[in-house]
Write a protein that binds this ligand. Sequence first.
Ligand SMILES: Cc1ncc(COP(=O)(O)O)c(C=O)c1O
Length: 344
Amino acid sequence: MSDLPIPLLRAYPALIPHVPLANLPGHQCPTPVTVSLDHAQLWLKHDDLTNRHYGGNKSRKLAFILGRLQAQGQTQLVTFGGTGTNHGLACAVHCQALGIGCEVLLFDQPPSASVTANFRAMQQAGARLTPCGSLLRTVLTYYGRALLSRLQPASRTAYLFAGGSSVEGVLAFIDAAFELREQVAAGLCPEPECIVCPVGSGATLAGLTLGVALAGLRSRVIGVRVAPSHLGPFAACTTGTVAALMSATVKRLRAYGVTSPVLQNLPAPVLLDHYYGEGYGVASAAGQDAASWFLQQRWADERFVTVEGTYTAKALAALRDQLAQTSGPVLYWHTLNSSAEAFA
Ligand SMILES: Cc1ncc(COP(=O)(O)O)c(C=O)c1O
């Protein structure tokens, strides 16, 4: 067991034997919260700082995901994402640090400076990169390989869905909600009236929605869809896919001995569709406008914040609207890595 601070295990000691955590070098949760000096109700949760070497929401999940992988004696990870996937880069960086082999299957994504930088950084972090063409072809390749691996009992390769959306990924964000509750209790920030986060593969929203309810916070968690809702006939980013992640996690929590009235009556995830624009990775005008507004905010902790067009800008467009409609504190959950180290 690592020496990571883990509010979830403090809240539910029954989970201790079941939730192994990887000792990720550079891990630095709890992440700070800060307030805007220009808007007294605007708060920011610094998940850009989850890890000194490479942060963001993916690194928060990977402490849980790679912990289970190690506990199961697996030595290789296969996952998938777009050409400039943040998730793939987080996997590459943290797998390298832990001596785990990492392969990322890549689907085509519109080119941009951040896509190129992430692709190069994944190469630099020693990941095996396998371009597969379209998203659909990549998903089929992933499932085909995962199925073959299951037929080989000696395989020590773990298959991780895009974005780290697994039960462990959701547990990481339940833990994050308990982390926020501790920060509220310590007077570091007010209880948010609403929390806004971008949604791609869904684990961040699933974990925060469940975690906020379990932690007894009254905040409304609002997800902003930035990925396609469907892949062909298959739902990919919908309230249904988020609810399915929540249900799978609840099943696991029950099996591990957690009891709570929340587990009998799950909150419904909230997912806003209308900030998506023309496609995954295609910047939207509303997003660009909100990103400029956001970059002008001055923060009490004086930290520098970065944004991009695929995830954060679209969530920021929703954030600005929520701020205009809400009288109480609004917390923006900032999911984008801000460490430059992986790109050096
Ligand atoms: C910066 C950033 N924010 C948000 C998300 C979406 O998180 P989730 O996949 O948990 O929905 C991603 C996913 O890739 C991301 O890279």
